[in-house]
Design a protein around this ligand. Structure first.
Ligand code: GDP
Length: 444
């Protein structure tokens, strides 16, 4: 996502490097290049115009900071304008004073509504809420079953019409779903609605009728980020036909150019609230305009990375691990634990992609294979506890047994053991360099 745009913008910034001062013609040329970059990324024309206009104006005005060189100043301005175009502040869900809070999902068929219903429900449940999913997509064959499946994966209840009963009456189902939530004290209702392949008046009328029957606290317009320029037209049609309080961008993991993400806020005035980045239920997060802007500019998204890591690693666990690393008594068992924790954070390439400078290591990232990690884990699992604890005892015959047990070759086992000893040496050396000796002695 956003790769083309990131690449192009980084070329623009590179060409400014080494300049002592920006002349008006430098600024004009830069603005032109930014304009082309945005258009190539499928950003809608009115948005491009507004964006480039603002950058140009600010760059020409006396926003001269002594601390920054011209290239840095332009990056700073572009970053701030990107944050602005993406919505500025992070917008969070608004909950009703009197539960249940009703969240209605609307969007074209295939946009990812049903998947999102599951993601949102799981996310809310993890925060202590008790969501109820209501199946009002009675148009698409299997939509109800699909919602029941994601509901089960998310560990939440699903309200659906009885087979043969209520079919064709999504408004009735929506009403009954809300009554069910009230009666059984669910505090949030997520209403999944029907979509069509294209916008049509009947679908809009149905969505509007569900909206009127349920008085939702939030209407989320679900938008497939891969659809390119059409995104804007679809968003406008939904804004006029149903109205929405927020946007959810899905399929941000695709190789799309990202124009939808950059256009939809400006065009509709509604904030982007969530981002979906895969088919799995945990591939979903709050949308933070500032973090997304940093990512586009190749400045990395350290905040998201840190938060994901925090979810996986307990603070004292991390500290204990650091102590072991510093003291050189890090074992293969610890190594396995760490690898499994990192795997929980998601695909490795995705994690590394959030680091600053990731844009420049695209080729290496493409070669990162989660299977390598899984293979390494399998090799360690084939070792006895004693071997994991004291890898020095792993002699030739043990290596053969381990290779056999894990379905790998002796060469792969050798490589792992060698790498482990190397890493352990390096950790201890680094700990010494950074004065982490106290950690090792358990006196942090
Ligand atoms: P609906 O018709 O709007 O309910 O759309 P679905 O929820 O059925 O999603 C349509 C397809 O897109 C399904 O195959 C989903 O697995 C897939 N999908 C949904 N969200 C994402 C996402 O963020 N990334 C990717 N890669 N696929 C997604």
């Amino acid at each position: 996502m956003f790769e083309t745009l990131s690449d192009r913008l980084s070329t623009v910034f590179t060409s400014l490097r080494g300049k002592g001062r920006l002349s008006q013609s430098d600024i004009d040329a830069t603005a032109r290049e930014i304009r082309v970059s945005l258009l190539e990324a499928d950003v809608a024309l009115p948005v491009v115009k507004a964006f480039v206009g603002a950058v140009k104006e600010r760059a020409s005005a006396v926003e001269v900071s002594q601390a920054l060189n011209p290239a840095q100043q332009i990056i700073k301005i572009v970053n701030e304008e990107l944050v602005k175009i993406l919505g500025g502040e992070t917008r969070r869900l608004v909950f009703a004073k009197n539960p249940p809070t009703v969240i209605m999902l609307a969007g074209l068929q295939g946009a990812g509504k049903t998947t999102l219903a599951g993601k949102l429900a799981r996310w809310l449940r993890e925060q202590g809420h008790t969501p109820l999913l209501v199946a009002c997509d009675l148009q698409r064959p299997n939509a109800v079953t699909q919602l029941q499946v994601v509901g089960e994966q998310a560990g939440v209840s699903v309200f659906a019409p009885e087979p043969g009963n209520g079919v064709g009456d999504p408004v009735g189902v929506a009403r009954a779903g809300i009554a069910e939530a009230r009666g059984k004290h669910f505090d949030i209702v997520i209403v999944d609605t029907a979509g069509r392949l294209g916008v049509d008046t009947e679908m809009m009328a149905q969505a509007a009728a569900i909206r009127d029957a349920t008085s939702p606290d939030e209407v989320l317009f679900v938008l497939d980020a891969m659809v390119g320029q059409d995104a804007v037209t679809t968003a406008e049609a939904f804004r006029d036909g149903v109205g929405f309080t927020g946007v959810v961008l899905t399929k941000l993991d695709g190789d799309a150019r990202g124009g939808a993400a950059l256009s939809v806020r400006h065009v509709t005035g509604a904030p982007i609230m969530f981002a979906s980045t895969g088919e799995k239920l945990n591939e979903f997060d709050i949308f933070h305009p500032d973090r997304m802007a940093s990512r586009i500019l190749g400045m990395g998204d350290m905040m998201t990375l840190i938060e994901q890591a925090e979810q996986v690693f307990e603070a004292d666990q991390a500290e204990a691990m650091a102590g072991k690393m510093a003291g050189g008594d890090f074992t293969l068992e610890d190594f396995l634990d760490q690898m499994l924790s990192i795997r929980k954070m998601g695909p490795i390439a995705g994690i590394l992609g959030m680091l600053p400078g990731a844009g420049q290591m695209k080729e290496q990232l493409a070669n990162v294979d989660d299977r390598d990690i899984d293979r390494t884990a399998a090799i360690i699992r084939s070792m006895t506890p004693q071997e994991r604890h004291d890898p020095k005892i792993i002699n030739a015959s043990r290596r053969q047994r381990i290779a056999k047990g894990s379905g790998s070759t002796v060469a792969q086992v050798n490589a792992l053991v060698d790498r482990f000893f190397e890493a352990r040496k390096m950790m201890a050396a680094m700990a010494g360099k950074f004065g982490l000796g106290a950690l090792a002695r358990g006196k942090s």
